[in-house]
Design a protein around this ligand. Structure first.
Ligand SMILES: Nc1nc2c(ncn2[C@@H]2O[C@H](COP(=O)(O)OP(=O)(O)OP(=O)(O)O)[C@@H](O)[C@H]2O)c(=O)[nH]1
Ligand SMILES: Nc1nc2c(ncn2[C@@H]2O[C@H](COP(=O)(O)OP(=O)(O)OP(=O)(O)O)[C@@H](O)[C@H]2O)c(=O)[nH]1
Ligand SMILES: [Mg+2]
Ligand SMILES: [Mg+2]
Lengths: 291, 278
């Protein structure tokens, strides 16, 4: 792991020295490899290492701390800082508030819709789920089954492929029934599929959701930057949800997406149960990425 | 990229960037670069060569190694078991594969052994109806192994050419879920001792290095014999399979290129390697 690799790099440095350019260079190569192994994007890693390198240079090597530990501390702090310093707010204002879930196929949108519905029901909000995935076989059945299991109503309409119309009717229903929050479950799509991205833009422009959450699998690889950039440019996403953290992916995609969009990670999910949803904690993610 | 006589550290850095960006991962990228440096040092590489061409041919040979065809049962139904992490594309690939086999004139039966996830059974049944293939299914929440047993018995009785068993997505970190897999294998073998004829690990083409861990752990739990890579119609290059192939000998049989029944192609190591650098 990184600590051991750095211990090796610094084994000849004593408490009297200052971290020099040369020993920093070697240490940074270890940091670079550690982050790449965690699936952080190639360019993101270079930017990060450049920044951490600057912070380490000239740091006095403290007598009581191993230089390797000092570097790990700088890296960890910078990672945590990049992940986001305070707990991200979720915009639940609106009559009703609207959360729109977008992302690649299989990322966990539908499941997360149910988890969010359950979360906000627990906060005494009246929630309506809206089945806007008209493409995937049994997607509507899936959201309806999830809704039933948490006793949250689901608006669906199998008679039309018009997603904007379904969303409109869901909102009309929500208004007439005094709902506080509508969660739109959108179909999975490739960030490079212009027609499908256009569908999201139409929904956004018509209903102006207070939250547009990019749902991403924590095992996402180097495509994280392309995925996040495309969705963000098209929709100006308000946040990111990272899923499947119960797996052992280091989750470097989180750093890449956060760095390239500047948008906060708002929630993480770590299992298939409805309760497996938490507010995002930057510190935990930094440790995970570092391995 | 430059010819060998002008290769220097920046050439290798550029190659590294290309390979890492294609999700080959640090380990196999370093290995490929070290191999190329070694060949160059012992004079194996001509000075007129392009480093990209060299790297492409190295990758092709890793991918083409052990790429045997699908293992077909000659004395009864061929049983294919689909496994993998959540959302990888198992159910969709099951449908596409069934469609392709049907187009090839084979009789196919499907087994809905994801008895856990909401509407998983409905999803496979929907596929079955769409491509006109029967689906053996039970109630939501029933024992997946019991459904697998019934499906095998049915496949035997009807003497179908293929039975494809779809299972629930699971993270390899969940020991309890991974233990269900050998149980399903045991139950299949009651009717077909030689089965599954292929245990296909379905991997999402946009996954990073975690796919290598998936291959290792699923390999241990249920002896994976084949790989299918999905969602390669996306921007991902699926380079992680180079790392998987470098470490394991099982072949890559199929690639998924979309959500429709016909969006399944046989794996072609040449095209795959070329696409990494395109
Ligand atoms: N282990 C685990 N599985 C999850 C998590 N979140 C979602 N899943 C599973 O991932 C799979 C895909 O989830 P879905 O909710 O269907 O994903 P989706 O983004 O709606 O998929 P599409 O609509 O096809 O794009 C399902 O098996 C879910 O149960 C998680 O945090 N951990
Ligand atoms: N674009 C594209 N989408 C795909 C491909 N294969 C599967 N999908 C989509 O990926 C999503 C998940 O597919 P599923 O077949 O449900 O995946 P799964 O592995 O069975 O998921 P779980 O059973 O929940 O673990 C669906 O939206 C599919 O349509 C592919 O090759 N290309
Ligand atoms: Mg969905
Ligand atoms: Mg499935």
């Amino acid at each position: 792991n990184l600590s051991d690799a750095l211990s090796n790099t610094f084994k000849t440095i004593t408490g009297k020295s200052v971290l020099t350019e040369n020993n920093i260079k070697e240490a940074m190569e270890q940091v670079r490899l550690a982050l790449l192994s965690a699936d952080v994007h190639y360019d993101t890693v270079n930017d990060f290492v450049g920044e951490v390198s600057r912070q380490c240079l000239g740091e006095k090597v403290l007598k009581s701390v191993k230089p390797s530990e000092q570097v790990v501390k700088v890296v960890h702090e910078e990672l945590t800082r990049l992940m986001g310093t305070e707990e991200a707010e979720v915009n639940t204002s609106g009559d009703p508030a609207i959360i729109m879930m977008v992302g690649l196929h299989g990322a966990g949108k539908t499941t997360t819709c149910a988890k969010l519905a359950n979360y906000y029901t627990g906060q005494k909000k009246k929630v309506l789920l809206a089945a806007c995935d008209v493409y995937r076989p049994a997607a509507i059945d899936q959201l309806e089954a999830l809704g039933q299991s948490i006793k949250v109503p689901v608006f669906s309409d199998r008679s039309t492929p018009d997603v904007v119309q379904i969303a409109q009717n869901a909102l009309n229903t929500a208004k007439s029934e005094g709902k506080d929050l509508v969660i739109l479950d959108m179909a999975g799509r490739l960030q490079i599929d212009e027609d499908m991205v256009q569908e999201l833009i139409r929904v956004k422009e018509r209903f102006n959701p207070g939250e547009i959450l990019l749902t991403a699998d924590s095992a996402l690889g180097q495509e994280a930057v392309s995925v996040a950039t495309h969705f963000d440019k098209a929709l100006n996403i308000t946040g990111i949800v990272l899923t499947k953290l119960d797996g052992d992916a280091r989750g470097g995609a989180a750093l890449s997406m956060r760095k390239v969009t500047g948008k906060p990670i708002k929630f993480i999910t770590s299992g298939e149960k409805v309760s497996d949803l938490e507010k995002f904690r930057p510190e935990g993610m930094a440790s995970r990425i570092l391995g | 990229f430059s010819n060998v006589e002008k290769w220097d550290e920046s050439t290798y850095r550029q190659l590294e960037a290309a390979l890492i960006s294609a999700d080959l991962g640090v380990s196999v990228t370093q290995k490929i670069i070290a191999d190329i440096k070694e060949s160059y040092a012992i004079g194996e590489i001509k000075t007129s060569e392009d480093i990209i061409n060299i790297a492409t041919s190295r990758i092709k040979s890793i991918l083409a190694d052990d790429n045997r065809p699908l293992n077909i049962n000659t004395t009864g139904p061929t049983i294919l078991l689909m496994v993998g992490v959540n959302g990888a594309g198992k159910t969709t690939t099951t449908g596409k594969l069934a469609y392709k086999l049907k187009q090839d004139g084979k009789s196919v039966l499907l087994a809905a052994c994801d008895t856990f996830r909401a509407a998983a059974i409905e999803q496979l049944k929907h596929w079955g109806q769409r491509i006109d293939v029967p689906v053996i299914a039970g109630k939501h929440g029933s024992d997946a192994a019991a459904i697998a047993y019934d499906a095998c018995a049915s496949a035997k009785a009807k003497n179908v050419d293929y039975l494809i068993i779809d299972t629930a997505g699971r993270q390899h970190t969940r020991q309890d879920l991974m233990e269900e897999l050998p149980k399903i294998l045991r139950v299949i073998r009651k009717n077909f001792p030689e089965a599954p004829h292929e245990t296909i690990l379905v991997v999402d083409g946009s996954t990073g290095t975690n796919a290598l861990f998936q291959a290792r752990e699923f390999g241990k739990a249920c002896d994976v014999t084949s790989l299918a890579v999905t969602k390669l119609d996306g921007s991902g290059k699926g380079g992680v399979v180079v790392a998987i192939k470098d470490e394991h000998t099982f072949p890559i049989h199929f690639v998924g290129l979309g959500e429709s029944p016909e969006d399944l192609q046989p794996f072609d190591p040449e095209l795959y390697a070329d696409a990494i650098f395109s």
